[in-house]
Structure formats: structure tokens, C-alpha cells
Design a protein around this ligand. Structure first.
Ligand code: ZN
Length: 62
């Protein structure tokens, strides 16, 4: 399976961000079939905001 860099528009802030081939490969190896909906900055913000929720922690540690 080969991957190519692609640009995705963030669902939160509306800015374009790069979903690189290496990130796509990482996602695929983790078993994620959906593309990220948010840019890395928004993802980090949401993760910090939700860090007290044990279900989210479990998801990220899986
Ligand atoms: Zn964003």
C-alpha cells in the first residue's frame, strides 16, 4: 500500500493542514480507517481539554 501527502481542511479552525504519507502509514498501522478531521494543533487542544476523561485516555493508550 502506498500513500501520498494530502491536504485536509480542519473541522474546527477551518485551516488546511498536511496529512503526510508517513502519518497516513502510521494511522493505517494503528488500524484507523478514517482520516483526521482536525489539524494537529486542534487535536492537541482537544486532547488536553479531555485529558480528565478516562475513556479518552484509554483510547490514546490503546
Ligand atoms: Zn484546526
Amino acid at each position: 500500500m502506498s500513500f501520498e501527502d494530502k491536504t485536509i481542511r480542519c473541522a474546527d479552525c477551518g485551516s488546511d493542514f498536511m496529512f503526510s504519507a508517513s502519518e497516513q502509514q502510521f494511522f493505517a498501522e494503528k488500524g484507523f480507517t478514517n482520516e483526521p478531521r482536525r489539524c494537529p494543533t486542534c487535536r492537541r487542544t482537544r486532547r488536553q481539554r479531555q485529558s480528565n476523561r478516562t475513556d479518552v485516555q484509554r483510547d490514546w493508550q490503546a
